[in-house]
Design a protein around this ligand. Structure first.
Ligand code: NAD
Length: 345
């Protein structure tokens, strides 16, 4: 079975998900949407992806021809030929599209900018792939929640219980986003706890977690400062925690002192050297020399490439919803192998 995938919203996340889906052998992109004939349409043309308009109004569809683009139709035309739609519209905008997906009778995947309550399901490959098998719709959690899940779920599975406090040091904006800040300030998120930690509980309710957040003037990564309390008799050491994470997919562990990768700037330079499209880093980056287990308290830092860690998760989520792969590790291996074969656009 080849799964027919529509991407509604071809921005930062949408174009990456489209590329990751397009290189899999069990799914194809039947179309991507743009709101108007802007520069992102050129990328769709370059990637040979059928282009549709986000809206159904004839004047909005016709505007693409005036811009020199071949627009195949409106959103309804696209939904009519898809098995599943990945909604990559801006945060909080996706909710407006839900009714259209329901009316089209197709499966739907939203992103972390939407609320869990809207779908009643959320998704992270390592946390709850099985629970998402064959459901009608889900939400791939945010980049921060995905990053927290990658390292906390294996810890929880080893320990059987886990309490976590973390501070999210958030990038102010994506590199291509000129509308956000701060540019010369550190901005505390004055909602305490922040939504990030509790959002982990939408995919792994057993983890007891809270978070606070600050936005800082950088565009390239988020950094998490994590303190986890393990139960008595956890049987772990600093070394065995590092070994556990090293054996899990989509976690990259490096020693800062040995490699010279001591800041998020070097992490991203290392990622660019890997040659993935857009210089992406799908893995969560953990500094080996920033991990310390003292008694029952585990301290560590991790860095998140906000634009890309959720991308392979969307591919796995498609397989879960379509019921084509129940083993999350098998899906992750398939997704990542296909992505790694595609070095460039
Ligand atoms: P973006 O602004 O880069 O891209 C959104 C695209 O959707 C744009 O091309 C926009 O024109 C289009 N769009 C506007 N209105 C639309 C509508 N009604 N229907 C469909 N498309 C519409 O946003 P993004 O950063 O790609 O974020 C998309 C989602 O992914 C959000 O929920 C966001 O919270 C989540 N997310 C973003 C990041 C990140 O760092 N950028 C990381 C993880 C998750």
């Amino acid at each position: 079975m080849t799964i027919k995938v529509a991407i509604n919203g071809f921005g930062t996340i949408g174009k990456r998900v489209a590329q990751a889906v397009a290189c899999q052998d069990d799914m194809i992109i039947v179309g991507v949407t743009k709101t108007r004939p802007s520069f992102g349409c050129d990328l769709a043309v370059k990637m040979e992806l059928p282009l549709y308009c986000t809206y159904d109004e004839p004047d909005k569809i016709d505007a693409f021809a005036s811009g020199g683009y071949d627009c195949k139709g409106g959103l309804s035309d696209l939904l009519a030929i898809a098995d599943v739609v990945v909604d990559c519209s801006p945060g909080k905008v996706g909710a407006q599209n839900l009714e259209k997906y329901k009316n089209a009778g197709i499966k739907y995947i939203f992103q972390g900018g939407e609320k869990h309550a809207m779908t009643g399901m959320s998704y992270t490959s390592c946390a709850n792939h099985l629970e998402n098998m064959n459901v009608q719709g889900t939400r791939v959690v945010s980049c921060n929640t995905t990053g927290l899940s990658r390292t906390l779920v294996p810890l929880y599975e080893h320990c059987g219980e886990l309490s976590v406090e973390c501070t999210m040091v958030r990038r102010a904006a994506d590199p291509g986003d000129s509308s956000k800040g701060p540019i010369n300030a550190i901005k505390p998120v004055l909602k305490v706890p922040s939504h990030h930690g509790p959002d982990v509980m939408t995919v792994k309710p057993e983890i007891n977690i809270n978070s606070m957040a600050v936005a800082v003037p950088t565009t390239i990564m988020h950094l998490h400062v994590i303190v986890a309390t393990l139960p008595e008799g956890h049987g772990l050491t600093t070394e065995s925690v590092i070994e556990m994470w090293s054996s899990k997919p989509r976690i990259s562990i490096m020693n800062g002192a040995e490699t010279g990768i001591t800041t998020t700037a070097e992490v991203m330079e290392f990622a660019r050297d890997m040659g993935r499209p857009w210089g992406d880093l799908h893995e969560i980056f953990v500094w080996e020399d920033g991990v310390k287990l003292e008694g029952n308290t585990l301290y560590y830092f991790q860095a998140i490439h906000q634009e890309s860690d959720v991308v392979p998760e969307n591919v796995d989520a498609i397989r879960a919803l379509m019921g084509t792969e129940s083993d999350w590790m098998a899906s992750v291996a398939k997704t990542d192998a296909a992505i790694s074969k595609t070095a460039s656009l």
